[in-house]
Design a protein around this ligand. Structure first.
Ligand SMILES: [Zn+2]
Length: 304
């Protein structure tokens, strides 16, 4: 399986900042060292591609650090020149991974899933909305491509929902805690809410009763899977109670289903703010390990 990552995915943050920036280089190293996937540098996204999803003035404000008022209030990432490089590179990773997924069936960006980014502002550590930028790039070539976002990050994908509103060839599915950030949610095609501190039993019941039907009805040509790991019981912000094994089962459930249905799938990281930052890294690596195993099993089955 091909994955995308770069040294540029790491941006400088002040000491003690809650965003675990180290998860990007650490997870890429582990994935490479354990032979789980090939890791490729995606380079930097071109500005014209960003402008399909974001206002040029907003894009420029990330370059200069002159954040607009809402971004300054809500982004949560103090500006540094590396924020600009990181945002260009990580967004490119999802664009490249989505193309590989269409060609090869499965791929991942070892970052991305920045689903709180809107047209003209950043929120909740999300600068550019990588999944929207990637979808717009694919729609330039294939306007009728059915794209589905399966967003299993603990928080609602408000930016993605707003940017994709009223687009008939995109379906946004978000399963999240109802009473949690963002307080103002934007309507997805299908929002599935679970209670605060939901455990595996409730979580899987809601997932199983809604996701297969949504996939069946929409018939996607490509799926973006936001495999956010802030659903973990020891996360600071997610407010869910899934164990490490529950998250493995969740990833396996989604990826086995998309594999069985032969729907190309592009995995993006989404959030993760575990009290132990190294656990966040390991949870993202676990998602890639599950994907890699499913892909290998699929290849062996085809050979037989
Ligand atoms: Zn989240």
């Amino acid at each position: 399986m091909k994955c995308f990552s770069s040294d540029a995915y790491f941006a400088y943050l002040p000491e003690g900042h809650p965003f675990p920036m180290c998860k990007f280089p650490e997870s890429a190293s582990l994935i490479r060292d354990q032979g789980l996937a090939e890791v490729i540098d995606p380079g930097f996204i071109r500005l014209e591609e960003l402008y399909r999803a974001h206002a040029p003035e907003y894009v420029n404000s990330i370059r200069t650090g002159d954040y607009n008022e809402l971004t300054a209030q809500r982004l949560g990432l103090p500006w540094h020149p590396t924020i600009w490089r990181r945002s260009l590179s990580a967004t490119s990773g999802t664009v490249q991974a989505s193309r590989v997924a269409l060609e090869e069936g499965l791929s991942a960006n070892l970052a991305g899933g920045t689903h709180h980014a809107f047209y003209d502002r950043g929120e909740g550590y999300c600068v550019f909305n990588d999944v929207v930028v990637a979808t717009r790039a694919l729609h330039v070539e294939e306007p009728l491509l059915h794209v589905m976002v399966i967003d299993l990050d603990a928080h609602q994908g408000n930016g993605t929902a707003a940017l994709f509103a009223d687009q008939p060839h995109v379906f946004t599915y978000s399963l999240h805690v109802g009473k949690n950030y963002p307080s103002r949610k934007e309507p997805s095609s299908l929002d599935v809410e679970v209670s605060r501190y939901a455990k595996a039993c409730e979580y899987f019941e809601r997932l199983h009763e809604t996701l297969p039907r949504a996939i069946e009805l929409f018939e996607p040509d490509l799926i973006f899977y936001n495999a956010g790991v802030d659903v973990h019981e020891n996360d600071r912000f997610g407010q869910m109670k899934l164990s490490t094994e529950d998250i493995r089962l969740r990833d396996e459930y989604v990826l086995k289903m998309t594999h069985r249905l032969s729907i190309p799938t592009c995995i993006v990281y989404g959030g993760g703010y575990n009290r132990d930052p190294h656990v966040t890294t390991l949870l993202h690596v676990q998602t890639i390990r599950v994907a890699s195993q499913i892909e290998k099993q699929g290849k062996e089955t085809r050979i037989i």
